[in-house]
Write a protein that binds this ligand. Structure first.
Ligand SMILES: NC(=O)c1ccc[n+]([C@@H]2O[C@H](COP(=O)([O-])OP(=O)(O)OC[C@H]3O[C@@H](n4cnc5c(N)ncnc54)[C@H](O)[C@@H]3O)[C@@H](O)[C@H]2O)c1
Length: 281
């Protein structure tokens, strides 16, 4: 029985997942090692919930109740829950260190999920106390809106863990697809060429980002690749490209682009930093 959920990392995804958890009726802890980031995420969640009230998708009592269920913290000691969902930086060392601290803080029965887009869930499980309770729970951006969740199991994952996260995805109103641990899982494996081919086209100087985005949007894609990379975050998208490339044995067709690497080096991370391929005043 899941009553309380803790989300680690209060960035783009962590804030969205925390909003979803609080709105779905769970006691929710949102932790970030940067306490100010947790508070800023709380403000964004508040803004989102009142926006839903304005659109009449939520009553003000429901928004207030969701906010009442949300605890923001910069103290890792508060990360005790029935399910912990990690959504910190896409870096293996950082995730391994967080998982070992979270595992030590919680009961053996607490399910530990990672929202990683591409890193090895098996590696995280192998390095965590009670690997059978570790699983990937890969949300899509923006988490409150996107319907799909990839549930990523390893050879260690227990049927109980799968069942807890499957029920949780349902309680969030999502469609869960179960897949085995593999580089990029399903969606990020299939979607890699969408970004990389657009970046290669840009590298040739044949055309510009606005033209590529508007043509792909006109052909039916909800967002063009450059707008989407800015929404995801260049750092995250570049890290995913590198990890899928390496995980699949470095095939030439999936080689990460120097153009994206340059954006990351300049701190032009997209919407979250105010500038990426586009500017966000
Ligand atoms: N951005 C996307 O579209 C997207 C989609 C699906 C999955 N993901 C995955 O979700 C995870 C988070 O991505 P994001 O876009 O929200 O990143 P982000 O950069 O927006 O936020 C990351 C947050 O984690 C915090 N953080 C970093 N290290 C920490 C630590 N050791 N302990 C606690 N907090 C820490 C940072 O302060 C920051 O607030 C990544 O694994 C990413 O691959 C991202």
């Amino acid at each position: 029985m899941v009553d309380k959920i803790c989300i680690c990392g209060a960035g783009t995804m962590g804030a969205g997942i925390a909003q979803l958890a609080a709105q779905s009726g769970f006691e929710t802890v949102l932790y970030d090692l940067d306490g100010a980031a947790a508070l800023a995420a709380g403000k964004r969640i508040e803004g989102q919930l009142w926006g839903l009230v304005e659109k009449k998708r939520l009553t003000s009592a429901q928004a207030e109740a969701a906010l009442g269920r949300l605890q923001l913290t910069g103290n890792i000691g508060d990360c005790r829950a029935d399910v912990v969902i990690e959504a910190i930086a896409e870096q293996m060392e950082a995730k391994l260190s967080l998982f070992s601290r979270i595992a030590a803080l919680n009961e053996a029965g607490t399910v530990l999920a990672t929202n990683t887009s591409s890193l090895s869930v098996t590696n995280i499980a192998e390095n965590t106390l009670h690997p059978e309770r570790v699983m990937g729970m890969h949300f899509f951006n923006p988490a409150p809106l996107m319907k799909l969740i990839e549930l990523v199991s390893t050879s260690y994952t227990s049927p109980e863990t799968i069942s807890v996260l499957h029920s949780l995805a349902r309680a969030f109103g999502k469609t869960a697809v179960l897949c085995r641990d593999a580089p990029g899982f399903i969606v990020n494996h299939v979607a890699r060429p969408f970004y990389l081919e657009a970046l290669r086209l840009l590298e040739t100087g044949l055309t510009d980002i606005e033209t590529i985005d508007s043509l792909l949007e006109a052909s039916g894609f909800r967002m063009g690749p450059f707008r989407l990379m800015d929404l995801i975050g260049q750092d995250i998208n570049y890290a995913v490209s590198c990890s899928v490339y390496e995980g699949l044995g470095k095939p030439e067709r999936l080689k990460p682009s120097p153009l994206q690497q340059l954006r990351v080096a300049r701190g032009e991370l997209g919407k979250k930093s105010g500038r990426g391929f586009y500017s966000y005043p």
